[in-house]
Each structure stands twice: as structure tokens, then as C-alpha cells.
Design a binder for this molecule. Sequence first.
Ligand SMILES: *[C@@H]1O[C@H](CO)[C@@H](O)[C@H](O)[C@H]1NC(C)=O
Ligand SMILES: *[C@@H]1O[C@H](CO)[C@@H](O)[C@H](O)[C@H]1NC(C)=O
Ligand SMILES: *[C@@H]1O[C@H](CO)[C@@H](O)[C@H](O)[C@H]1NC(C)=O
Length: 170
Amino acid sequence: MVALRFASFFLLSTAFTVLAAHLPSRDTAPAYKGPTPAPISLSSWAETQLTAVIKASSAPALNAAFDAFLSQGVNITFNNKPMSRATYVSLRLNKGFSPSASINYTGAIEVLDVANSTQAGMVALFFSDRVSSAVESAMNIVIAPDASLASHPGSDSRRVISINQIAVGV
Ligand SMILES: *[C@@H]1O[C@H](CO)[C@@H](O)[C@H](O)[C@H]1NC(C)=O
Ligand SMILES: *[C@@H]1O[C@H](CO)[C@@H](O)[C@H](O)[C@H]1NC(C)=O
Ligand SMILES: *[C@@H]1O[C@H](CO)[C@@H](O)[C@H](O)[C@H]1NC(C)=O
């Protein structure tokens, strides 16, 4: 009897192990492929991600840069109008790719949600960028860990959940 119970327990747990190994991963969000996550400040993090967006040299690289920067559900206000993530991405995509694309930051301040934790907070950036034409921007962003990405150990799950940008020369 004991042997039978043990055998059925063994079969059951083997079945679960086999099943678990074949179940698709619940987390299908793209893995973070940017620079070393480390506890860099929120404003440095934001500048690194945004620079990758401006300097991306191909459509796949641009999508990867946006995915490392913006939450999939990011709320965007652009020149005082709501804008979908897809439209925001297409604004950049439509400028094409240039090896001489550049972005210069002229100011940044940040306020952390929790003292000494660089996981969440607000950042304001002033910058000028040029891909096909010169654009001047002021951007306020809210950054928070994206729970759907947190299961990747060692990865940086910080993403922008809200953008309020004013831009001249778009
Ligand atoms: C934050 O870090 C500073 C400098 O290391 C320290 O003096 C301060 O106590 C820390 N604050 C908290 C809330 O951990
Ligand atoms: C950024 O600064 C560099 C060096 O001064 C300059 O060559 C480039 O044109 C600037 N880019 C923008 C978009 O202002
Ligand atoms: C965007 O705004 C909606 C409505 O306020 C909110 O439900 C959603 O959580 C926001 N998105 C993010 C990524 O915070």
C-alpha cells in the first residue's frame, strides 16, 4: 500500500515536471537587452534609453530600444495632446536612420518615489536631438518597475509609464 502510494506520487510529480517543462513561459515580454542594469540614477537610465532610441540604426534596433524604454501601456501626452504608443514610435520611425543622429541633454532633474531607491520616480529632461531635423524638447517622465518583466533575474525592469513632452521642430 505504502509502495503503491509512493509510486503514484512519483508518477504524478514526474507528470507535473514534464508538463511544467513544456508549458509556454507566461512572461512573453521582451527581455531587457540594454546596458548593464546596475543601480544607475533614474535620469542616467532615462538618458541612456532615449539615446538608444535616437541613435537606433534599424527598425528592429529601434523597437528593441523603445521596448527597453517604454512600458507597453505607457500613457503619452505630446504637445498637450494624448498620443498612442504606436504613434509616438512612428514619429521616430518615420525619421529613418542616420549614422550622424545625435542627442544632447542640457538639463535633468529627478525625484525618487523612495529615498535612495533608483527603481521608481520622476525625471525631467531637456534635450535637443537630430535624426533628420533638429528638435528641441522638454520631457517629464514617470518611471516604475514593470511587474510583467520582474521575473527576469538580473534584468532591469524599469520602464517609463507616463510621458509628458513638449517638442518644437518635430
Ligand atoms: C540615503 O543615503 C544617504 C547617503 O548614503 C543616507 O545618509 C541616508 O540615511 C539614506 N536614506 C535612507 C532613507 O535610506
Ligand atoms: C550635439 O552636440 C554636438 C557637439 O557639440 C553637435 O555636433 C551636434 O550637432 C549636437 N546635436 C544636436 C541635436 O544638437
Ligand atoms: C495609463 O492610464 C490608464 C488610465 O489612467 C491607467 O489605467 C494605466 O495603468 C496607465 N498605464 C500605465 C503603464 O501606468
